[in-house]
Design a protein around this ligand. Structure first.
Ligand code: NAD
Ligand code: ZN
Length: 353
């Protein structure tokens, strides 16, 4: 570490609506860790939710918390026992490090590990800072032609990869995606890469739907003011049949109900959106038509696939609309993220001389 690098400006959330830019000590990597100089962090809806609510469900901000978890940067220092990384490597950081010892970790479904430490999920600090340390086996080298912004986008893209895997999207199948937020749109891109022959996507915002169309949605439906039956009929008319799979990316109960009523008998619904804890849903309909309802929680073993999709251009992230801020401008960046006029707001964390 060069002696002049003492700046570790960090975006720290103290409590609801109390975000402060302050200095933190630069951490020292452990034997199996890398010190990473952060280049780009994308803002996610969950970062915004912590800022505006001070909590997500049972995760409550009780102590100052560095926000940010969609991260790409450059290796600055390599822990003693780390193999395969060198200073200067460009890397993306998978934000959740599990225990590696429990039942789920041994099975490979480490996203379900009860002892997961995940960036910007209390009590674990995130990456909206100049330097972080991270376990090397959760750092992924970026091919030269993959940008830092694409590296940061690997995080929500991994949610899309896991969603498509859990839905079991197969070549030639027709898919329904509910919600055209970043997660719905990235799920759209992965579904097409996985071979879905037609994808219909819903939202209540025409701007979001226009973005989805631009990015390759075959059909878009604005569901605002429509009955579930009307939406079901429109989806079926667009696809010429009910969808084989539905990927729910809103968390809104009526949208989950649309998925249950619309999905082809024997098909699959995955619940990505996280809304109200409880909902009144037509469960017998799902039971008697054998519509499987599956959960999605983040991802496991998806970063390598996401990198391959981007590096091979099977998934083209270049058309995602975006806005840019510096680390110092983090408060403004969070205001912009709440406007939802672009798919992703990026923060550049490099120190400007
Ligand atoms: P977002 O809020 O940006 O997008 C949600 C979209 O749904 C918006 O465009 C909104 O206009 C639209 N919408 C609202 N009501 C609708 C309705 N009735 N029908 C259709 N569309 C409707 O959020 P995001 O970042 O894209 O994330 C989507 C959801 O996925 C959120 O609930 C988020 O919490 C959840 N999420 C879950 C996981 C997981 O691991 N399960 C991971 C990431 C995000
Ligand atoms: Zn574990």
């Amino acid at each position: 570490m060069a002696p002049n690098q003492v700046d570790n400006l960090s975006a720290v959330l103290y409590k609801k609506d109390d975000l402060r830019m302050e200095q933190r000590p630069i951490p020292t990597p452990g034997p199996q860790q890398l010190l990473v100089k952060i280049h780009t962090v994308g803002i996610c809806g969950s970062d915004v939710h912590y800022l505006t609510h001070g909590a997500i469900g049972s995760f409550i901000v009780k102590a100052p918390l560095v926000l940010g978890h969609e991260t790409a940067g450059v290796v600055e220092e390599v822990g003693d026992q780390v193999k395969g990384f060198s200073v200067g490597d460009r890397v993306a950081l998978e934000p959740g490090v599990p225990c590696r010892r429990c039942y789920h970790c041994k099975l490979g479904t480490y996203n379900l590990c009860p002892d997961m430490g995940f960036f910007a999920t209390p009590p674990f600090d995130g990456s909206l800072t100049r330097f972080v340390v991270h376990d090397a086996d959760f750092c992924f080298k970026l091919p030269d032609h993959v940008t830092f912004e694409e590296g940061a986008l690997l995080e929500p893209l991994s949610v899309g990869v896991h969603t498509v895997r859990r839905a079991g999207v197969k070549i030639g199948q027709k898919a329904l995606i509910l919600g055209s937020g970043p997660i719905g749109i990235l799920t759209l891109l992965v579904s097409k890469a996985a071979g879905a022959s037609a994808v219909v996507i819903t939202d209540i915002d025409d701007g979001r739907l226009a973005m989805a169309k631009e990015l390759g949605a075959d059909y878009t439906i604005n569901v605002r003011g429509k009955s579930i039956q009307q939406v079901k009929d429109e989806i079926t008319a667009c696809l010429g049949q009910p969808p084989h799979v539905s990927m729910e990316c809103t968390g809104v109960a009526t949208s989950v109900e649309t998925a249950i009523l619309t999905t082809l008998s024997g098909g699959t619904i995955v619940l990505v959106g996280l809304g109200a804890d409880r909902a009144d849903l037509p469960m017998v309909e799902a039971a008697i038509r054998e519509v499987d309802i599956r959960g999605v929680f983040r991802y496991a073993n998806c970063y390598p696939t996401a990198i391959e999709l981007v590096a091979s251009k099977k998934v083209d992230l270049s058309k995602l609309t975006r806005a840019h801020y510096t680390l110092e401008e983090t408060p403004e960046a969070f205001k912009r993220a709440q406007k939802a006029d672009v798919i992703k707001v990026f923060i550049n964390c490099e120190k400007k001389d």
